[in-house]
Design a protein around this ligand. Structure first.
Ligand SMILES: Cc1cc2nc3c(=O)[nH]c(=O)nc-3n(C[C@H](O)[C@H](O)[C@H](O)COP(=O)(O)OP(=O)(O)OC[C@H]3O[C@@H](n4cnc5c(N)ncnc54)[C@H](O)[C@@H]3O)c2cc1C
Ligand code: SF4
Length: 337
């Protein structure tokens, strides 16, 4: 039985671990936080089916019986040893592994860097991630009891050269629509507005979701970038934008502003890449051998990738890649490449 170090216990690492276990290997998860599930453990419901994120994480965790998980642990050092790797952990454990899977995921763009939106300055400005936590039951004083109007701003720190990230984060149009529907269901009297540059709804059922948001929930979509946010004397958030379809300026007072922070590369991924001399892309995400057929493979023998460490991914893409990575590792260790 070969040990495989899985670095990162988000849904990618969990799904790969359970598949490797089924294939007769000994996966060991190294997780820097105190829980499994990564970002998804902090989400409430998942588009497009509105599946409970907690249930997904629990389902994946149920397949990990017998898998060693080191929490609050990082990789201190990693070296090639024979045909495998010697992986030294921050807790002093040394793993001799046949292969290594990097599944360290992403980090969220820090919305306070876009000063014009007032995150951390105005009382009623939150991010997509804050709203997920609140929807899941965490208290948040910034979210008013009975908002009459809620505005969502798309592309915060994505598709934004000034913020240093020209890439589309891929998931935030759908997250905005999902959260807009959830807010409308909680506060049926509220007017809900989404300010977008383009709507990128590429996945199965995504377009239906958008149509339902307009038709069944009366959510307003305005094409245009919000240029300025301020706070009025009553503590309401005032947004200025241009409706680029109608060619008219828009001014809106909202009780809550939600910023759709984008997905960026995890800085941990880069230090790991340096350790094993794996390549990173210009956007800082791990570089796959190619982006068509060998997405799970690195340029180093025995080092594999899964999930959002190589780029922005949805949940189905992440778990699908994790399964593929498990099979790739199995074939690599069996000499069946
Ligand atoms: C606001 C928001 C809402 C979303 N909602 C949806 C949705 O409804 N539907 C959908 O399909 N997708 C959604 N997504 C996308 C989804 O979050 C990702 O597809 C998923 O999180 C990717 O999983 P992952 O395991 O690759 O990465 P992550 O979730 O980032 O997990 C990575 C794990 O690795 C650990 N880690 C990182 N570095 C190290 C290290 N050096 N050592 C050890 N451990 C490390 C982290 O602690 C974490 O546990 C959403 C994204 C955002 C931003
Ligand atoms: S998915 Fe939508 S909100 Fe997110 S970066 Fe792309 S266009 Fe912007």
């Amino acid at each position: 039985m070969e040990k495989i170090a899985i670095i990162g216990g988000g849904i990618a690492g969990m799904e790969a671990a359970r598949r490797l276990l089924q294939l007769g290997h000994e996966p060991v998860i190294v997780e820097k936080s105190d829980h499994l599930g990564g970002h998804v453990a902090g989400w409430y419901k998942l588009f497009p089916d509105m599946m409970s994120a907690r249930e997904l994480v629990e389902q994946l965790a149920a397949g990990l019986d017998g898998v060693t998980v080191y929490y609050r642990t990082r990789v201190a050092n990693m070296n090639r040893l024979g045909s495998g790797y010697s992986v030294m952990l921050s807790n002093g454990v040394n793993l001799q592994c046949g292969a290594v899977l990097i599944s360290t995921g992403f980090r969220l763009f820090d919305a306070s860097r876009k000063e014009e939106y007032g995150y951390g300055v105005y009382d009623h400005v939150v991010t997509n991630s804050d709203l997920e936590a609140w929807l899941g039951g965490a208290p948040d004083y910034r979210i008013p009891d009975n908002p009459a109007s809620v505005a969502f701003v798309h592309c915060v720190g994505s598709r934004d050269l000034k913020a240093g990230n020209p890439q589309c984060s891929k998931v935030c149009c759908m997250t905005a629509i999902k959260q807009a529907i959830e807010m409308k269901e909680k506060f049926p009297q509220a007017d809900i507005w989404c300010f977008y540059m383009d709507l990128r709804l590429f996945g199965k059922k995504y377009e239906d979701f958008y149509i339902a948001a307009q038709r069944d929930h009366g959510i307003h979509f305005v094409r245009g970038r919000v240029s300025e946010v301020s706070e009025d004397i009553d503590g309401r958030v005032v947004l200025k934008a241009e409706d680029t379809l109608a060619g008219t300026p828009v001014k809106l007072s909202a009780d809550l502003l939600v910023l759709m922070s984008g997905m960026l590369c995890n800085e941990d991924t880069q230090s790991l890449a340096r350790m094993v001399r794996a390549d990173v892309d210009s956007d800082g995400f791990m570089r796959s051998r190619d982006n068509i057929y060998r997405i799970n493979e690195s340029n180093r023998p025995g080092i594999f990738f899964a999930g959002a460490c190589t780029g922005t991914k949805t949940v189905p893409e992440t778990v699908g890649e994790a399964r593929a990575a498990a099979l790739d590792i199995h074939n690599y260790l069996s000499g069946n490449d």
